[in-house]
Design a protein around this ligand. Structure first.
Ligand SMILES: C[S@@+](CC[C@H](N)C(=O)[O-])C[C@H]1O[C@@H](n2cnc3c(N)ncnc32)[C@H](O)[C@@H]1O
Length: 289
């Protein structure tokens, strides 16, 4: 099979391109050139090896059953970085980039205005692939950390040991130092006050989990009744890990605002809450400080 024939196999040619590049890259194709999308279009008559052809066809078959492309190529871009992903972790979503963005803003402002202590503790609770905390660690390095005497300690936790392994792999890939802890919410976490806690916990009611999400880990999605059971436990436990200046950033479903407000009033009555909208103008991030 030639490249031009392979690309004609699928209607969704964008996806076919991605799967073909992946198949060629991982089957030791003998060429001096790098295997990229450009390679496909500049070498339409390049003949696939039997192994690459078999691999490509298998991937197309799996994709046809609904397996997300990120799980087929073990990769997803988030905040401009490439993350390793597998079936043990939720595939990072574009709207979650706002959590990384808000986390960075908090740190940069806090450090610039000398509002934070010299050692800053940041926790990504329910870290999954590590996409949020790694994006922050990677980007904060580039900006202020070189010129300051602040020490930022990054912590990442998850209830799933498999997810933590994936996150660790990503931290190594991106060369950032993070302490990983397996923990059910705050149970095994160090008894310290965190300056910033970011949590994209499961927030879907089990009835909202559509067939489209069936390939992703249920424990990463199912937030219990109203999608708020885990978040309520989180807010209840959080007070012991916060000081006056600490900030919490949570991702939610836009329909949960009213209930979240009630929960914050109940468990963190001294803190103020604000809502940040996503790019579709939907209420997406809860900031508690
Ligand atoms: C919605 S996913 C988010 C993953 C990643 N942070 C992201 O934004 O893409 C929720 C994560 O929380 C973890 N989780 C679920 N229940 C938890 C609990 N009780 N304590 C800690 N982590 C939990 C899941 O294993 C999953 O990795």
């Amino acid at each position: 099979m030639k490249i031009k024939e392979a690309l004609g196999l699928e209607n969704f040619s964008l996806e076919a391109e991605v799967l073909l590049v992946y198949s060629l890259k991982h089957e030791n194709i003998k060429t001096q050139e790098q295997i990229t999308k450009t390679f496909l279009y500049t070498n339409p008559n390049f003949k696939l090896s039997a192994k690459a052809e078999k691999k490509f066809k298998k991937l197309i078959e799996k994709r046809a059953t609904g397996v997300p492309i990120a799980y087929l190529i073990y990769s997803k871009e988030f905040f401009g970085l490439d993350f390793y992903v597998d079936k043990n972790v939720l595939i990072p979503r574009p709207e979650t980039e706002m959590l990384a963005e808000e986390g960075l803003k908090f740190l940069e402002l806090g450090i610039r205005n000398q509002e934070l202590g010299k050692t800053i503790n940041i926790l990504d609770l329910g870290a999954g692939s590590g996409n949020i905390v790694i994006s922050i660690a990677k980007n904060i390095k580039k900006t202020i950390i070189h010129n300051s005497s602040f020490i930022i300690h990054f912590h990442a936790s998850d209830i799933s040991p498999q997810a933590l392994k994936t996150a660790q792999k990503n931290a190594e890939k991106h060369k950032v130092k993070i302490s990983f802890i397996k923990s059910d919410l705050f149970k095994n976490l160090p008894q310290i006050k965190f300056d910033l806690i970011i949590a994209n916990l499961p927030y879907l009611d089990p009835n909202w989990i559509s067939k489209q999400l069936e390939f992703e880990p249920k424990d990463a999605l199912d937030g219990g009744r109203d999608g708020l059971k885990i978040i309520e436990e989180f807010l209840q436990q959080a007070k012991n890990h916060l000081n006056k200046k600490s900030t919490l950033l949570l991702e939610i479903d836009p329909g949960q605002v009213k209930k979240i407000k009630k929960l914050v009033k109940k468990y963190l009555p001294r803190k103020k809450l604000s809502i940040i909208k996503d790019l579709s103008q939907l209420d997406r991030i809860v900031k508690i400080n």
